[in-house]
Design a protein around this ligand. Structure first.
Ligand code: F6R
Length: 606
């Protein structure tokens, strides 16, 4: 949450800071600000609202050094006074991503020392603390080091000061931060996306690292204060990958990119087959001893984990548990020996998930497999094994292509367990390979049904509530469909296992309740149809997403969409119409699709 960018150059950095902030707006967008340092003078420009408003307010600004921030409020309402940067004394500017947990104690101490606070934020404490330390040491680096030693919580900080007019300092603990190097210019940001327009040369800072940036170099110090070298990697990501192109929204673009994202993610699995090597060199040995798989994730990634539970249980003889990361942290779950923790995350920076993984390591002798869309993220660096999803940068706050590619990786993981345990015939494995090969095309064919879904959306946009139903691997997809509709169209929606309907939610069904159902042609079809007849009898409007033949099976349904292919990969394919349904409903309601209210993409606070 919150995005920070910093730049030091021999040219005006204001356009770069604004461009970087725009690319970070997915991390927060309730207020924004710039702190500039030129000729030893500080300038601060802050607005309540979007980066576009900040750009208007800073049209005449120019400076070779600056820090910038886009906010997702944690302490204090969105307002200009709470927007970053915050001022320490009259010489320090600070931008911050994260939460300072001991801010109340620090604030009380600083107030006793005579500091006056003008905001409700925890960040202002940091700015005054550095100022106070600077009075003692007269050295900005020493003052920042002494200050961060007193901070508890998670933070990435960017600091500028008139006392070091040619310098920027940044520091991270628990929140992501990368450095970028150009020709006689340096940048930092909470996400590489913000730096792609300027440089592909990126250094990932480690936990506790601090960097002192001047025109000639960026000197990094580790958590112990010792100078260190960190590898600088040249990325191979096209800056155009963050362009909207001809699309109206990033979410629309990212939905359309799913066939290609799946093809990239599945490429190695289709070349190698379902081999443990797909998950890293240690995987063969670790997988061969496994008895239990514990999946940890949040939000949509958690739904992907729930689908995987059905797949793994069906294909192998492993016991599988799936936990919401924020709950697992505070449960007393035991981890038997030979447990594999599968941590699923688009961003690899979700604070609840990172804490859950660390807590799992304390509970037993576990191995950790990260399934993640961001290489070199905090999660991938902490894991023993990594399987990347190759979805490309996902900017829309609602996860689409990252979720779909997580499912693809999880399916290959389940099939790999099955193959290693010799629980599956050669014919079935070949059948899976064949289905995965055809998956991108089935996806494109399903997305081609967009016009029909858009008509459903027209009807749904008038609803106040909606129910989503599914069974087996499609139950988590019902949860995912409901989540998508809630978060971007602001319609109250619930996902249920269809068999649960009669245990409570049926009481809600009448002619005003749209009921969106995903159904396969399999051993559970008759059971789902019985559930649907119960809905029909109470006047509920049934929107059925099924396999070929579904319309004939449910002539009483209000609308039916038959999607091509499906079978074992139904969970992947049936997600697509639900994404499109949420998207078009949101468009019809005129909500801010890519930046839904109160949400941010990368949730780096607890
Ligand atoms: C919903 C959504 C969120 C994320 C969740 C976990 O559309 O995007 O629910 O899935 O915040 O984020 P990651 O996967 O980055 O750990």
């Amino acid at each position: 949450m919150c995005g920070i960018v910093g730049a030091l150059s021999n040219r005006n950095v204001v356009p770069m800071l604004l461009a970087g902030l725009e690319l970070l707006e997915y991390r927060g967008y309730d207020s924004s600000g710039l702190g500039l340092l030129a000729g030893g003078q500080l300038q601060r420009i802050r607005v309540k609202g979007r980066v576009s408003e900040l750009a208007r307010a800073s049209a005449d600004a120019s400076a070779p050094i600056g820090i910038a921030h886009t906010r997702w409020a944690t302490h204090g309402e969105p307002s200009e006074a709470n927007a970053h940067p915050h001022l320490g004394g009259d010489t320090i500017l600070v931008v911050h991503n994260g939460i300072i947990e001991n801010h109340a104690q620090l604030k009380a101490r600083l107030m006793t020392a005579g500091y006056t606070f003008t905001s409700e934020t925890d960040t202002e404490v940091v700015a005054h603390l550095i100022h106070a330390e600077l009075q003692r040491s007269q050295n900005l680096l020493a003052a920042v080091q002494a200050s961060v030693a007193q901070l508890e919580g998670a933070y990435a900080l960017g600091i500028a000061s008139t006392t070091a007019p040619d310098t920027l300092i940044c520091v991270r603990k628990g929140s992501p931060l990368v450095l970028g190097s150009g020709f006689h210019e340096f940048f930092f940001a909470s996400d590489i996306a913000a730096l792609l327009p300027f440089t592909q040369r990126i250094t990932h800072l480690e936990e506790g690292d601090l960097a002192v940036i001047t025109q000639d170099r960026a000197q990094i110090y580790d958590a112990a204060g010792q100078p260190v070298e960190r590898p600088c990697r040249t990325l191979d990501i096209s800056p155009e990958s963050t362009d909207l192109g001809h699309y109206r929204h990033y979410m629309q673009k990212e939905i359309a990119e799913q066939p290609a994202a799946l093809a990239s993610t599945l490429e190695r699995a289709l070349q190698l087959g379902f081999q443990p090597a797909l998950f890293g060199p240690q995987a063969e040995a670790i997988f061969s001893q496994l008895r239990h798989v514990r999946i940890l994730a949040c939000g949509s990634s958690y739904h992907a984990g729930l689908v995987a539970q059905y797949w793994i249980e069906e294909m192998s003889d492993l016991a599988v548990s799936v936990d919401i990361a924020s709950e697992y942290r505070y449960r007393q779950a035991r981890e038997p020996d030979h447990t594999l923790i599968v941590a699923i995350s688009q961003s690899g920076e979700t604070a609840d998930l990172l804490a859950a993984v660390r807590s799992a390591r304390e509970r037993g002798n576990v191995s950790v497999l990260a399934i993640c869309n961001v290489p070199h993220s905090s999660l991938t660096r902490e894991a023993d094994m990594v399987a990347l999803t190759y979805a490309g940068i996902e900017i829309g706050v609602a996860s689409t292509k990252a979720f779909i590619t997580q499912l693809a990786v999880l399916f290959t993981l389940a099939a790999t367990f099955a193959q290693q345990q010799q629980r599956i015939s050669r014919e079935t494995l070949q059948h899976y390979q064949h289905a995965l090969t055809r998956l991108p095309q089935w996806c494109s064919d399903t997305l081609a049904l967009e016009n029909e879904i858009s008509q459903w959306a027209h009807e749904l946009s008038h609803a106040a509530h909606a129910l989503f139903l599914g069974r087996h691997q499609l139950f988590p997809i019902a949860l995912e469909g409901a989540l998508k509709l809630k978060e971007i169209a602001y319609i109250h929606a619930e996902g249920y296992a269809a068999g649960e309907l009669k245990h409570g939610p049926l009481a809600l069904v009448d002619e005003t309740m749209p009921v969106i159902v995903c159904m396969r042609n399999d051993r559970l079809t008759e059971k789902v149809l019985s559930n649907l007849r119960e809905v029909e009898a109470r006047g509920g409007q049934i929107y059925l997403i099924g396999e070929p033949g579904a319309a004939a099976l449910a002539p009483f349904a209000h609308r039916v969409l038959e999607i091509p292919g499906s079978g074992d990969l139904a969970a992947i394919l049936m997600t697509l119409p639900l994404q499109l349904l949420a998207y078009h409903t949101a468009c019809r309601k005129g909500t801010d699709v890519d930046k839904p209210r109160n949400l941010a993409k990368s949730v780096t606070v607890e």
